[in-house]
Design a protein around this ligand. Structure first.
Ligand SMILES: O=C(O)c1cc(=O)[nH]c(=O)n1[C@@H]1O[C@H](COP(=O)(O)O)[C@@H](O)[C@H]1O
Length: 275
């Protein structure tokens, strides 16, 4: 999916919501455990319920890998099930020496190799350019680099002052020489609202993947006010607050209601701040 196509989806759905498919077999409703593939059945119903209110899905790969071969199968089926109108993110936080990164890229971007065909993958930037470039060799695929993450430990390294600016700012500046806003996005946590203006002064055009609203307490209004650009430039993720909104037979309806609440709010912010 291109930058323009993503913006078109956002404009037509009036949403920049990314639903996080962090599907934990230990948390899904009991009645699904009798089905052949409970994780896929859960995801399928969540996707059906939320598809009109979001523009993106982000399975966090850990939740699938923890299930071994079966989890991988659930992930493949989930990715195949998501309509191609929706931007897909493999939240895997990969990155390694060049030849290994090349294989990680094949894992998520080359269906002939792995059965998976994601639009993007989250990548840790700290091994530098040669660890990221193999992901950029796949046409029309995106790298989402970790910049300033939502967790408290983000200040251990990402905010360290190096030659007058925080380490994460160096990540933003240096990585812009690797590819443009049509191929790279950045993760900035919703809990880091105070930094959004500075971030926008460094990368005015890029999309930001913003996790941390909902269960982690980030503020959607602040993120939108300080983070939005003329192409929206935001994908705001919520995982647990949507997918585990209910735990009974009506879990998908509850998820839909939660996604709709966020989408209604997003519609207001798009009108107000997408300029
Ligand atoms: O890369 C991410 O998506 C990510 C980065 C970050 O800084 N913080 C963060 O929470 N995430 C992911 O976003 C999701 C947040 O989930 P909830 O807190 O349940 O909405 C999880 O899959 C996290 O791994």
């Amino acid at each position: 999916m291109t930058y323009e196509e993503l913006f078109q989806q956002i404009s037509s759905k009036k949403s920049y919501l990314c639903v996080g498919l962090d599907t934990d077999i230990r948390k899904i409703p009991a009645h699904l455990l009798k089905t052949a593939d409970p994780v896929f059945e859960f995801n399928k119903q969540i996707i059906d319920a939320t598809v009109d209110h979001c523009v993106s899905y982000k399975p966090n790969v850990a939740f699938y890998e923890a299930q071994g071969a079966k989890g991988w199968e659930s992930l493949q089926k989930t990715i195949e099930y998501i309509p191609n109108t929706h931007f897909t993110i493999a939240d895997a936080k990969r990155g390694d020496i060049g030849n290994t990164s090349g294989l990680y890229a094949r894992t998520f971007f080359d269906p002939a190799s792995s059965g998976l065909d994601f639009d993007s993958v989250t990548v840790a930037p700290y091994m530098g350019s040669d660890s990221v470039k193999p992901f950029l060799e796949f046409e029309n695929k995106w790298v989402i680099l970790l910049a300033l993450t939502s967790n408290t430990g983000s200040s251990d390294f990402q905010r360290l002052n190096i030659e007058g600016s925080a380490l994460y700012e160096h990540v933003l500046r240096t990585s812009q020489t690797w590819a443009g806003a049509d191929r790279i996005m950045y993760v900035v946590g919703a809990t880091q609202a105070s930094e959004f203006q500075k971030i926008r002064s460094i990368i005015p055009d890029h999309f930001l993947l913003v996790p941390g609203v909902g269960a982690q307490g980030g503020n959607l209004e602040e993120v939108s006010r300080f983070g939005m650009n003329a192409h929206c430039g935001l994908l705001v993720n919520a995982s647990r607050s949507i997918i585990y909104a209910g735990n009974g037979l009506d879990f998908a309806e509850k998820a839909k209601a939660e996604a709709l609440l966020l989408q209604n709010e997003m519609e207001i912010y798009l009108d107000k701040y997408c300029k």
